[in-house]
Design a binder for this molecule. Structure first.
Ligand code: NAD
Ligand code: UGA
Length: 464
């Protein structure tokens, strides 16, 4: 029976996942470890509103469990040695160098974890892949563990995470399914059962699926590819709607009522962002190519191509509408996070739209309720499209949305934060340069109302 869990990686997955396991399994000690001292200090901080990750409901869960059976530490060796089960929840970004650059998953952090576990472990362990990994990664982990370990037994399980940011706690409390892949041997099945028993503390057994390791690894990439594909599919239709006079919201509703299609994930947008969709599809494309499956690779790559097109076309539409020049014009950017209810900005469409506008020498005023100034500049500077000094000169981060819009020629809504819906748009309009434009990249606002006030409006996927 698993009584002591270690999770390597205190990020967007490790933090919330372990907090919920600790909440639902008070008899299990859960220690989340990370190399990043600042992150661990923030998880241990006095103020629960300042945890390193913003997720609705997370602070309450951490407050209940921290110090009881949930611990955050940088002492990785100690936590590994004490644990019966070790979750690997480290990041697996797209490779930025060498073979597979720009496509394959970079597994260096995974390998480091495996080597550290092998070096430190002095008793049998279940090692669980929680990170999203290419199919057949477990093979490499087994090799490292079995060939460099201290002769103890390791069982490797794949247990990918399906939570979405912004709803992480709710997703974890009530998952559609938990997936556990294990070796089809007697010991493999026993290890899988032990992990099933942990989840059974709150997840109905019928929702806990067990498979072989490769199916589990590949199912995670497949799930993200299918979800992203839906967004690209509806976004492709949004462009067609704009030129034909159809309304993508109405089209989405009409097709979503077909129970075979379903209503979810049909919201047209300025493009999907987040740390995983693009990374995981590129990884899938790379895997398909490496097996010589070029048609399969091309099919999935199109989801990314369409997404990049959507971000670019949104930005160029702003430029075109503002009389083909935005140089020296002020544009207010409402929302920087890749979706609402998160402070995560990784691959956010806002970064790329802003970048295109800055290339045209626009002056930007950015407001996001949860993203700080340092993050916005880090995101822009990372692109290396222009010097840091130029970014500082052209971009202002403003803590008050009304201030951000004051004097602006146009507003671009790039995240679907609920609070944007209840702004006093009349007051915002009064303070803007005329004609005042609003570009809604999330089909969030009531355009009819806005046009009555005087705004010139554009909403993704709405034709005239
Ligand atoms: P993250 O960057 O937020 O967190 C990863 C953490 O691992 C970082 O804090 C980093 O310091 C730490 N780390 C890296 N190497 C380490 C090591 N050797 N020892 C100790 N700590 C180490 O990443 P994330 O968003 O939590 O994603 C983690 C994995 O989960 C990825 O594979 C991702 O694809 C997958 N995933 C993410 C989400 C999501 O919503 N973010 C959802 C499902 C799956
Ligand atoms: C996604 C998946 O939904 C999770 O199941 C998965 O675990 C996770 O990736 C992961 O592996 O990291 P996440 O990226 O956190 O979760 O958020 P989503 O809700 O999927 O949104 C992704 C992007 O798609 C956002 O930018 C969102 O605004 C956009 N989106 C989503 C749309 O534009 N339209 C939609 O209808 C849905």
């Amino acid at each position: 029976m698993i009584k002591n869990i270690c999770c390597i990686g205190a990020g967007y997955v490790g933090g919330p996942t372990m907090a919920v396991i600790a909440l639902k399994s008070p008899h299990i000690k859960v220690t989340v470890v990370d190399l990043n001292q600042e992150r661990i200090d923030a998880w241990n901080g006095e103020d629960f509103e300042k945890l390193p990750i913003y997720e609705p409901g997370l602070a309450e869960v951490v407050e209940k469990c921290r110090g009881r059976n949930l611990f955050f530490s940088t002492d990785v060796d100690k936590a590994i040695d004490e644990a019966d089960a070790i979750f690997i929840s480290v990041n697996t970004p797209t490779k930025t160098y060498g073979v597979g650059k720009g496509m394959a998953a970079d597994l260096k952090y995974i390998e480091l974890c495996a080597r550290q576990i092998a070096r430190v472990a002095t008793s049998d362990k279940i090692v669980i892949e929680k990170s999203t990994l290419p199919v057949r990664t477990a093979e490499a982990i087994v090799n490292i563990l079995k060939n460099t370990g201290n002769g103890v037994d390791f069982q490797i399980l794949s247990n990918p995470e399906f939570l979405a940011e912004g709803t992480a706690v709710a997703d974890l409390m009530n998952p559609d399914r938990v997936l556990i892949g294990g070796e089809q041997t007697e010991n493999g099945k026993k290890a899988a059962q032990q992990l099933v028993d942990v989840y059974k503390n709150w997840v109905p057994e019928a929702n806990i699926l067990t498979t072989n390791v490769w199916s589990s690894e590949l199912s995670k990439l497949t799930a993200n590819a299918f979800l992203a594909q839906r967004v690209s599919s509806i976004n492709a239709m949004s462009e067609l709607c704009e030129v034909t006079g159809a309304d993508v919201g109405e089209v989405a509703k009409a097709i979503g009522t077909d129970s075979r299609i379903g209503p979810k994930f049909l919201k047209a947008s300025v493009g999907f962002g987040g740390s995983c969709f693009q990374k995981d599809i590129l990884n899938l494309v790379y895997i398909a190519k490496s097996y010589g499956l070029d048609e399969v690779a091309d099919y999935w790559e199109q989801v990314i191509i369409l997404n990049d097109h959507q971000k670019r076309r949104f930005a160029s539409n702003i430029v075109k509408t503002l009389f083909n020049t935005v140089s020296g014009k002020e544009i207010a950017i409402l929302g920087w996070a890749f979706k609402k209810d998160t402070n995560d900005t990784r691959e956010s469409a806002a970064i790329y739209v802003a970048d295109e506008l800055l290339n045209e020498r626009a002056s930007l005023k950015v407001y996001d309720p949860k993203v700080n100034k340092e993050r916005v500049f880090a995101d822009l500077n990372y692109l290396e499209s222009r010097s840091k000094e130029e970014n500082t000169e052209l971009v202002n981060i403003i803590g008050d949305p009304y201030e951000a819009c004051k004097g602006a020629h146009a507003i671009a809504v790039l995240t679907e934060w609920d609070e944007f819906k209840s702004f006093d748009w009349r007051m915002i309009y009064e303070g803007m340069k005329k004609p005042a434009f609003i570009f809604d990249g999330r089909a969030l606002l009531d355009l009819e109302e806005l046009s009555k006030i005087g705004f010139v409006t554009y909403s993704i996927g709405k034709g005239n």
